[in-house]
Design a protein around this ligand. Structure first.
Ligand SMILES: NC(=O)c1ccc[n+]([C@@H]2O[C@H](COP(=O)([O-])OP(=O)(O)OC[C@H]3O[C@@H](n4cnc5c(N)ncnc54)[C@H](OP(=O)(O)O)[C@@H]3O)[C@@H](O)[C@H]2O)c1
Length: 278
């Protein structure tokens, strides 16, 4: 196996499950010293212990990235525990699903805090260190819902668009800094993020092929290594999202058929899990 990150210090938020866990395992397998961050200490420590058992170098910090003080602590802990900071992966996010009139002001604020403010703030906190080194990488985990407006996921979609806008603008602003900025935007992924809440996932999201956490993690690692500005997966869904964004009229015409397909996929997935159909 390639060891592209030998000795690098890597922070992954949301590393106790799903995509973040797969990315943390991948970085460690390629020689990085990894700080895993999530709220639940027990799951986090279990993942880190399993990485260590495989010969990897893993540290943990139980923290809520929605809390600015915790974000400051994360960067301090990275420098103290890893000795250096080369890659920040802003992966932690949440989705309070529902139509716009079902999203409470509290849930709206949490989504904006965790999905948008926190990755922006963590990036700002990491930047002085990365710029002083003249190298390093910040990878934002966005979503295809941040590439094309997604009905049924309006606030989530807005936070992911915002995250992409921030990262792309920063990449232009700091083009000569030596620091690379990347965005990975997956369609639906087979993790608890959607599978534990299938009844409420937007039809449009389920109309697209479902990736594995390992596939998304591979895109995150490749982005940290080569600094490519954007990756979308699956590739064809990424193209469809771009076309839909550029042509809102076409998107409106395609949406009913895609939504019907997504509703059928939901029924199949629920049936496979033995859950009653909504
Ligand atoms: N799965 C999908 O279909 C999909 C599609 C497109 C984009 N994405 C994006 O991919 C990323 C990862 O999703 P996933 O599918 O891997 O989710 P997941 O399986 O639900 O895992 C989420 C991780 O984030 C942590 N987390 C959640 N809120 C946190 C907070 N406030 N502070 C710190 N950690 C927090 C969770 O641990 P704790 O709960 O213990 O904190 C967990 O480790 C997210 O940015 C998501 O928006 C996912």
């Amino acid at each position: 196996m390639a060891r592209r990150f030998e000795g690098w210090g890597v922070v992954v938020t949301g590393a106790s499950a799903g995509i973040g866990e797969a990315a943390a395992r991948g970085f460690a397998a390629e020689g990085a010293r990894v700080l895993l961050v999530a709220r639940g200490a027990e799951k986090l420590e279990a993942v880190a212990a399993s990485i260590r058992a495989g010969g990897g170098d893993a540290h943990t910090l139980a923290a809520d990235v929605g809390d600015p003080a915790a974000c400051r602590h994360i960067i301090q802990a990275a420098l103290a525990d890893l000795g250096r900071l080369d890659v920040l992966v802003n992966n932690a996010a949440l989705h309070h699903r529902g139509a716009i009139d079902e999203v409470s002001p509290e849930d709206l604020a949490t989504m904006v805090d965790v999905n948008l403010r926190s990755p922006i703030y963590l990036t700002c906190l990491a930047l002085p260190h990365l710029r002083a080194q003249g190298s390093g990488s910040v990878v934002q985990v966005a979503s295809l819902a941040g590439c094309t407006p997604t009905p049924g996921a309006t606030v989530y979609s807005a936070t992911k668009f915002g995250l992409r806008a921030f990262s792309r603008a920063l990449a232009m602003e700091l083009a000569s800094s030596g620091v690379k900025f990347s965005i990975v935007s997956p369609g639906p992924v087979d993790t608890g993020f959607i599978m534990d809440d299938l009844e409420h996932v937007a039809d449009l999201a389920l109309s697209q092929p479902i990736s594995t956490a390992a596939e998304v993690a591979a895109a995150i690692l490749d982005s940290a290594a080569d600094g490519r500005l954007e990756r979308r997966l699956p590739a064809l869904s990424g193209v469809l999202a771009t076309v839909a964004y550029l042509s809102p009229g076409l998107a409106r015409r395609l949406q009913p058929a895609l939504a019907r397909k997504g509703a059928r996929v939901r029924q199949r997935l629920l049936a496979e899990r033995g859950k009653p159909r909504p």
